[in-house]
Design a binder for this molecule. Sequence first.
Ligand SMILES: *Cc1c(COP(=O)(O)O)cnc(C)c1O
Length: 239
Amino acid sequence: MQVLNEQEVAQNVQTILEQVNQAAINAGRNPQEVRVMAVTKTVDPLLVNAAIAQGITLLGENKAQELCAKYDSYHKDGVDIHFIGHLQTNKVRQVVDKVSMIESVDSIKLAKEIEKQCAAIDKVMEVLIEVNIGKEENKTGAMPEEVLPLLKEISKFQHVRVKGLMTIPPVCENKEELSQYFSRMSELFIDIKQKKYDNISMEILSMGMSGDYKIAIGHGSTIVRIGTAMFGQRNYKRS
Ligand SMILES: *Cc1c(COP(=O)(O)O)cnc(C)c1O
């Protein structure tokens, strides 16, 4: 399994930033509307810092334990950290002081726990609702029809602010099929945004990963979450 060095990561970051820029222009969008997140799971903090040195200002963390272990090693000046993985309620307390956003909220139970833990540290947490846009069984995320009721419940909380939506679409055979999921997300996003609900702002649409970020940008994504294209193939250790 190949592990990249700092120079290779730096080069990848430059390439990705250029391609994101170009994809936004091709879509007739302002490139500044699209933020590139470095997804850090299993990646050595040394390489994460190499990406930060190239201008990355947003990290995405999947696991509470890994976040806590690596947190102090990151060069965090001017850098935001978002939680993007499935979050168990008993781990919420460990992450709320370290991240500025939780992108993976998909239940009222989780939102309640975030409210409770953030009230305790007097913080308002920004969140995205994770949507299971492909309605896949055994997958995290709220079903599309559950999104609005969930948003309305969460909007009553004092320490949680909804900022938008996130999704991980199903694995697709082709570009057309994938485009349909991104476009459904974009419709849901725009629909909720236009209804202007109290305490619900729809500013962030987090979708697109290494293999499909250009397509996602074409469908209005404002955060693309990139792991493999930046840091190379992940080497999952058995534990
Ligand atoms: C791993 C991960 C990514 C990045 O995936 P790549 O294909 O490696 O770019 C994005 N979002 C989430 C939620 C992830 O877990």
